[in-house]
Write a protein that binds this ligand. Sequence first.
Ligand code: BES
Ligand code: ZN
Length: 626
Amino acid sequence: MSSFLSRAALAASSIAVLILSPMNPVLAAEVVDTHSYANSAEVRTTHLVIDLDVDFAKRRLKGVTELQFEKLKPDADRIVLDTRALDVRSAEASADGKAWAATKFVLGANDAVLGQSLTVSLPTGATRVRIVYSTKPEATGLQWLKPAQTAGKKQPFLFSQSEAIHARSWLPLQDSPAVRATYEASVKTPKGLRAVMSAEMSDQPDAAGRWTFKMPQPIPSYLIALAVGDIAFQSMGPRTGVYAEPATLKAAAYEFAETETTLAVCEKLFGPYRWGRYDLMVLPPSFPFGGMENPRLTFVTPTVITGDRLLVSLIAHELAHSWSGNLVTNATWEDFWLNEGFTEYLTYRLTEAQFGKARGDMERIIGVASLKTDFALAKSDEDRKLVRAFPAKDPDEVFSSIPYERGALFLVWLESKFGRETFDRFLRSWFDDHAFQSATTPQFIAYLNDKLLKAQPGKVSAAQIDAWISQPALPADTVYATSDALTKVDAGRDAWLAGTTTLDAIGAEKWSVQEWEHFFEGFPKTATAAQLKALDTRFKLTGSPNAIIASDWYKLAIDSSQAAALTPQIEAYLGHVGRMKLISPIYRALAATEAGKAQAKAIYKKVGSGYHPIAQQTVERILKGS
Ligand code: BES
Ligand code: ZN
């Protein structure tokens, strides 16, 4: 607990100090990561050599991970790593990478959130250690899928999801975003299955049947990623392509064909893309997120493959992380908004540049709607701030759209104060000046002071910045987007609900998914059974192939107590999709009544084993009411 408090005091005091004297540098040593046991201020990993054998029958990876390091403290005699539920067999140390000798290791007590420290003794002269271990079936950073959970239904599938602190459940390492390392890896798969990772890769296994990988840029541990399955590849452009199960490949390549253009637009706005290729890996529907920005290889949910290319801002978002997050990384999970708020802002800019202002504004409004929802769901004012005064114990538990959308609104507000051209130059230099580094919020504020506030005094005050970052309420002068299209949706919905117009007259047959989202967002819970039935009959919402529209519709039906007849379809949906953003609102809506909660529990009992461990935890929290 004491380290939590000291980080809080440090954060509070450094923000204040930096606003007053922007030239004060924040020393890397000051960064306290309460979510890692690693002694990275003394011994810091620089390179990983990862060897894994994939065993689907036992649901485990058998591995050897070598960690090369530099000593920041020359007399350091141990390296401390993070692990969670790993079977550690042995540890060895070496001075030259050739001669290895067993060395002592100790696993610390288990913490439900942080896992166990692994302290490895360093003999004099050691420059590297290696750990022989295997993962457990319950590894929180892996999901093992049965063939039935895949598109092809014939082969099993495995994927990792390391962010925020789950890399440690499949790799023993210094699991802190303030530590960057390059990596190389080799992965042995069952015959006929391919492995892909967030790294350079070849399209054939080596002579020993191992898939090999190399990530030459230093990255934080949460960006190490692996997927194994019946995976095929299709090129989309010179630097872009898509990996997917063969059954999904064609639709995916069509849906995401604009990615090469998005990449060019992004470079024009924010500087060169520094990672070589940008490929997508489409996962089975149990993937718990929309997307994950694993470098060179974004992981993406298949629920955005709708045939109309309208949900590709998700790709823009993950691509934008190649600057905000992967290039300049939040130093701790309290600084998460530096990753996600920046990325959301960049995404809106990309959408606007590629598809026009009207579409960008629609997405901004939908973003603000999700912010309002999460403001209402937040358990305390602490969760409503951009940066909490004290760290949350579990980053997964406090995950919400607040760092995303509040962060983006903060940058929109800054843009409005300094003008787009100036602000773009500032952003670009923020990325360039911090490339391949981790950054804290106080560092950002210092940089902002130095580069913008001081250069143009009187435009923005320290108190205003502080309100954005450490006050719970949104500032009164927040800049919101407007959208003619969405205003029309509001008018149509409200007139139809009031009985002054017909469903045919509101133009919904031409609506984009964004317009539908907005339509549902503003729907009262008081609609009659007849109204909902008319809506469903006219637009075939039940069983909609569009997973976003289906989720919104089921939630509305439940909220309006009109879902009894839809139980089989809702159950089928919850048994097929595992993306938390789509299933959580349905579980939450069900859990709002006692009968609904019992029903939700029964459904979860049936389908929950198909969810990713993080999604299981999220749904269990909803059903427990915590
Ligand atoms: N990096 C996140 C996903 C993430 C965040 C995983 C925290 C684990 C912990 C990713 O870039 C993301 O934000 N995904 C969003 C996409 C959206 C905002 C377009 C998602 O999955 O919904
Ligand atoms: Zn993101």
